[in-house]
Design a protein around this ligand. Structure first.
Ligand SMILES: Nc1ncnc2c1ncn2[C@@H]1O[C@H](COP(=O)(O)OP(=O)(O)OP(=O)(O)O)[C@@H](O)[C@H]1O
Ligand SMILES: [Mg+2]
Length: 424
């Protein structure tokens, strides 16, 4: 232990004396980077010690007498929000979501290596509590519907869907719609919507006060034809960390949560574009969403990763089935697979089928006018996109394919992927 005052101050919580000793031994290798300032052997002690010592980070076991680690984490977040790293044994991974929701920043499965331990503690000490837990709980006055468009493979058409869905939902100004680009590093939504933003999401994250609907008015770029307000991605990739990463001006604030809440308080619909990842802003968007649209295309690598993504959303994050719908883009580019085969392989029905039309898509992107706004008569892609917007607005009950006979296996196994390979 260094005693230099610069060391990361750790509170160690585990009912096993042996585990505490071995963690201490691992940390002592790190020549003064960490200082174990306290120990606790149950959740109640952990809460008391966290309040007394105010450490930089807490390493917290889950299963303990008196009070378990998840409840203790939640209590610590109420009193003194700090970075918590949960430790657990193999097979308890289902606790991941609960631990994160309680405010834990990271999760280590025993046995873990010295490097894993040091990495998790270091980053939790820097980033502080999980912003999902720090979310304001007060319900805003208006609760616009939040729709997140996601995919597990790039280039399948997320941004095309967002632009057309937002413009379609706006219905010529009858409904208020905001479109948000959470593809924070390489977002193209503003271009696709034909707006030139004066400010972007990163400007909102530089405000020193909670983001309010008032602030949004100054940052949203209005698309003339549809009236959709576009919140653009940062102008440069490295600025993404100011929104949901270590570059945040105030690490105790969840800017993405504040933004979504402020938008839904002032708009009927908030449509969110994403990047291909489970980075924090996407997880927040999923959590805040009424509907997640998973976009894919009829091609084996896209379908394979879509099945994995659906596993995460439905089995790991445990979102209700009707919160997640599927969009099969380029649905007519089918070689050797029927739509029913695809639905069976994914384990969920295909909700929306959008045909391919490279020319219409390129013209729309290059002119910044979404296809649904052009109302080209007899254009299958425009009709399909408009129908999708109408269905989403009305609750999206109909599905394009039958509900698959095969249900995905419980417990997070990627069984649907294997079924897909079985078709070939
Ligand atoms: N149905 C379609 N028919 C033909 N081309 C399409 C269709 N949908 C999208 N495209 C084209 O595919 C390309 C990728 O689309 P888009 O940018 O919407 O995908 P994305 O999933 O947002 O990509 P990224 O992962 O890079 O953000 C664009 O050139 C777009 O015009
Ligand atoms: Mg995109």
């Amino acid at each position: 232990m260094s005693g230099t005052g610069k060391a990361i101050r750790v509170l160690l919580v585990d009912d096993s004396y042996l585990v505490r000793q071995s963690v201490k031994a691992m940390l002592e290798f790190e020549s003064g980077e960490f200082e174990v300032v306290g120990e606790a052997e149950n959740g109640l002690q952990a809460v008391a010690e966290a309040a007394r010592l105010v450490p930089d980070v807490v390493l917290m076991d889950i299963n303990m007498p008196e009070m378990d680690g998840i409840s203790a984490t939640a209590k610590i977040m109420e009193q003194h929000p700090i970075g918590v790293v949960i430790i657990s044994v193999q097979g308890e991974q289902d606790y991941l979501r609960r631990a994160m929701k309680a405010g834990a920043r990271d999760y280590l499965v025993k046995p873990f290596t010295c490097e894993e331990l040091v990495g998790a503690l270091r980053s939790a000490a820097v980033s502080g509590p999980n912003p999902l837990a720090a979310a304001p709980v007060a319900a805003p006055k208006r609760q616009g519907k939040v729709i997140t468009v996601f995919s597990t493979k790039g280039g399948v058409g997320k941004t095309t869907m967002v632009a057309n869905l937002a413009a379609g939902l706006a219905g010529g100004g009858k409904t208020t719609v905001a479109a948000v680009d959470l593809d924070l590093e390489f977002g193209t939504l503003a271009t696709m919507m034909g707006v030139r933003p004066q400010a972007t999401i990163v400007d909102l994250c530089r405000l020193h006060t909670t983001i309010t609907p008032d602030h949004l008015g100054r940052v949203l770029a209005r698309q003339q034809t549809s009236g959709v307000g576009v919140l653009a991605a940062p102008p440069l990739p490295h600025l993404a960390s100011e929104v949901d990463g270590d570059g945040r001006a105030d690490r105790s604030r969840a800017y993405v949560v504040e933004i979504i809440e402020a938008l839904r308080a002032t708009h009927d619909f908030v449509v969110i574009d994403t990047s291909v990842s489970f980075r924090e802003c996407n997880l927040i968007a999923f959590d805040k969403s009424d509907l997640i649209l998973m976009v894919t295309q009829p091609e084996i690598t896209a379908l394979e990763s879509t099945a994995k993504g659906l596993d995460v959303l439905l089995d790991r994050l445990e979102y209700p089935r009707d919160k997640v719908q599927t969009v099969l883009n380029r649905c007519d580019n089918i070689v050797g697979l029927s739509h029913e085969d695809i639905a069976n392989s994914l384990g969920v029905p295909l909700t929306y089928l959008i045909p391919s039309d490279p020319q219409a898509c390129v013209v729309a992107a290059n002119t910044g006018v979404p296809m649904v706004l052009k109302r080209v008569k007899g254009s299958p892609i425009t009709d399909a996109l408009s129908r999708m917007a109408t269905q989403v607005a009305g609750g999206g009950k109909e599905v394009a394919t039958a509900v698959p006979a095969l249900k995905p296996a419980a417990g997070g196994s990627p069984a649907p992927v294997r079924r897909l390979f079985g078709f070939f």
